[in-house]
Design a protein around this ligand. Structure first.
Ligand code: ADP
Ligand code: MG
Length: 655
């Protein structure tokens, strides 16, 4: 048939296509051999169910033969990869379907531009060409109409423009007039004839003999077999080859960005189309991220609080307590800690300052004002040991301790409660019935000290006074030591232990350093954060499953869209990235809302709780966004892979 030596444009040899159906497979095509030259206009005619669409889908590389060979310009289709086939559809073929198969969320121009996006055409030339094609097809005033706002004939003209977008060397039209009235159908046929006259190869499927008469060659098929193949005019169009304006595939970065941008746009459209569903899907991620971020903030706050309180005690404090360990009930039987131990410790070179503490409770009165107080019997160096600051006055001195003087330092709460706006210095307070003169007021407590001290009024008096006039016992509850600068805590602990064992004859005391306390508190925070973190993790996991679930629904709802995109040349990776982007976007927006929610919780929390503040770091916000992205990638992967694996023919067949 071909006069020149080039291989035919499209060549089928002994092609079979069987569909599995029960135990007897259906042969939709039986041993079909056929070749089509460039520039032909062929009509394939036959009754419904005769195998026309099956043939068309094989010619358009949407489907593959079960047996036999199909060569395009001499290249065997069987040897091509899915991406090769996508490139072929994108660059050389243009599809026109009976039901138009436009993307409902995009306007006319957007639909026409779609194939060029997959080909990586620059935005400007893409737009210009889409507008030019639509104008040529008489749709200049319908550029921004959605398919639902267009008539059938107009929609079909949009799909013709789409078929021509990347050149459309070979146009495959399956019942293009099937859903149109006679007038619109006639117009479409006229356009196809014009395109053929310009050099496009046109393959047309129809059951209508009148429509088939428009072609130069008519192939009749029945029950999967070719009945007749006859000429109906000159073999080729006048002009050859086809239209030259064609977007070459560009694998540059800008092209990739354009494709991702389009996928992003489609994801936004899809999310917007199902707003309520999207928000509900996000809810799991919102809650998950809000809890993770809040946990990080709580841990941050707790750590900061521990640091300030341990820091305010002096990072190098060691407390000595009577007994073998905390909670030892045999304290009474042991010797206990005596003021005499003080002089032993005070003589050690690694000790900066030392103070005993003996604690009791009394009603504290001044004039008519009173409150429950914690009475701390301490040494003159106590505030140096504990690193406590005075706001007013002074600490009682060593002479006052020796003399068991009736002097006291009170905290800011006590000053306010007992004296309101009067100057407390020089005033007398009554601890039970023991009168003491106020010589100093401490500054406001910070960090965990606020919690340790609670709401009780704090009074510090010489321990000698407290022991002699209030408690009447020979032991003190604890001795606090501040180590000299540069002394290592563990070494000092060993030295203190040895010194006291020498004094007591046995170890009937134990040490607790600020260092070990910090470690202990750190462990408690760690346990808490692991506990809370696993709750956050579980809600994120549940949220992720919700995202996956909805994405699977979304994929099955948009099967036809996926088929259309594949037909216009989308690669599997394009389909995959579209759904991945949607999943990641849902999770990222959910994550951002979750962070916002966490900030709101923190704001409310800080109004209610004054002593403890949540600490947010830029790091935790970034981490949360990172986790959101990861959740999207992990849980979006399966649905996206399902979408990319869809068979285009099946996808298009679904309504
Ligand atoms: P036409 O387009 O001429 O109406 P088709 O090519 O769609 O015909 O179908 C040809 C035959 O193949 C029919 O008998 C049809 O039932 C069968 N067929 C088509 N697609 C499938 C499929 N996906 N699975 C099973 N049978 C199919
Ligand atoms: Mg059909």
């Amino acid at each position: 048939m071909s006069a020149d030596s080039r291989p035919p444009l499209l060549q089928l040899t002994g092609v079979w296509r069987s569909y599995p159906a029960g135990d007897q497979p259906i042969d939709a095509l039986k041993d079909v051999s056929l070749s089509i030259e460039a520039g032909e206009m062929v009509a394939i005619i036959g009754q419904s169910g005769s195998g026309k669409s099956t043939l068309m889908n094989i010619l358009g590389c949407l489907d593959r033969p079960s047996r036999g060979s199909y060569k395009i310009a001499g290249r065997a289709v069987l040897e091509m990869t899915p991406d090769d086939l996508a490139a072929l559809r994108r660059q050389h073929f243009g599809f026109i379907f009976q039901r138009y198969h436009l993307l409902p969320d995009l306007d006319a121009q957007g639909n026409v531009e779609a194939p060029a996006i997959y080909a990586g055409a620059p935005a400007r030339s893409r737009r210009d060409r889409a507008v030019a094609l639509l104008t040529r097809l008489g749709l200049a005033d319908r550029l921004n109409h959605r398919p639902s706002q267009l008539s059938g004939g107009q929609q079909q003209r949009v799909s013709v423009a789409r078929a021509l977008m990347n050149g459309g060397e070979v146009i495959l039209a399956d019942e293009p007039t099937g859903a149109l009235d006679t007038k619109s159908g006639g117009e479409i046929m006229k356009i196809l004839q014009e395109l053929n006259a310009e050099g496009h190869t046109i393959i047309l499927v129809t059951h209508d003999p009148k429509v088939a008469e428009n072609a130069r060659r008519i192939i009749e098929i029945s029950d999967g077999e070719i009945l007749s193949d006859r000429r109906n005019g000159p073999a080729h169009s006048v002009k050859r080859p086809g239209e030259t304006l064609k977007f070459a595939d560009k694998e540059r970065l800008t092209a990739l960005v354009a494709r991702l941008g389009d996928a992003f746009h489609m994801a936004l459209l899809a999310m917007n189309a199902h707003r309520l569903r999207t928000v509900l899907t996000m809810l799991g991620v919102i809650i998950g991220i809000a809890s993770v971020v809040s946990i990080l903030a709580i841990v941050g706050g707790a750590q900061k609080s521990i640091m300030t309180s341990v820091g305010s005690m002096g990072s190098d404090t060691v407390n000595i307590l009577a007994g073998a360990s905390a909670g030892d009930t045999r304290v009474a039987q042991t010797r206990g800690l005596r003021p005499s131990d003080l002089s032993v410790l005070a003589g050690q070179p690694y000790i900066d300052s030392v103070s005993p503490t003996i604690v009791t409770s009394r009603l504290v009165r001044a004039g008519s004002a009173s409150g429950n107080g914690t009475i701390n019997g301490v040494g003159e160096q106590y505030f140096r040991v504990q690193n406590t600051k005075l706001a007013q006055g002074r600490m009682f001195d060593a002479a006052a301790v020796t003399a068991a003087a009736q002097e006291a330092v009170i905290d800011d709460k006590a000053a306010k409660k007992l004296f309101e706006n009067r100057d407390p210095l020089g005033q007398t307070i009554l601890l039970g019935n023991v009168p003491l003169r106020v010589v100093g007021v401490t500054a406001k407590a910070e960090g965990m000290n606020v919690i340790f001290q609670g709401s009780k009024l704090q009074v510090w008096a010489p321990y000698t006074t407290v022991m002699a006039r209030m408690v009447r016992q020979p032991d003190v509850s604890q001795i606090s030591v501040r180590l000299a600068d540069g002394v290592s805590t563990p070494a000092a602990e060993t030295a203190i232990t040895n010194a006291l064992i020498t004094e007591h004859g046995k170890q009937d005391f134990f040490l607790r350093s600020s260092d070990s306390m910090r470690k202990q508190l750190g462990q408690i925070t760690l346990i808490f954060s692991l506990l809370l973190g696993s709750i956050g993790g579980i809600s994120l996991f549940v949220g992720g499953i919700g995202v996956m679930n909805i994405m699977l629904v979304s994929v099955s709802e948009r099967t036809r869209e996926i088929g259309v995109r594949t037909a216009v040349g989308a690669r599997r990776s394009d389909i995959m990235s579209q759904f991945m982007i949607e999943a990641v976007l849902v999770c990222l927006i959910g994550g951002a809302l979750g962070i916002g929610l966490s900030f709101m919780i923190a704001a409310i929390f800080s109004l209610l709780v004054k002593t403890f503040q949540l600490v947010y770091s830029a790091w935790s916000v970034l981490l949360a966004l990172g986790i959101s992205t990861l959740v999207g990638l992990v849980f979006g992967w399966l649905p996206a892979r399902n979408a990319a694996a869809l068979d285009p023919v099946d996808a298009l067949a679904r309504e």
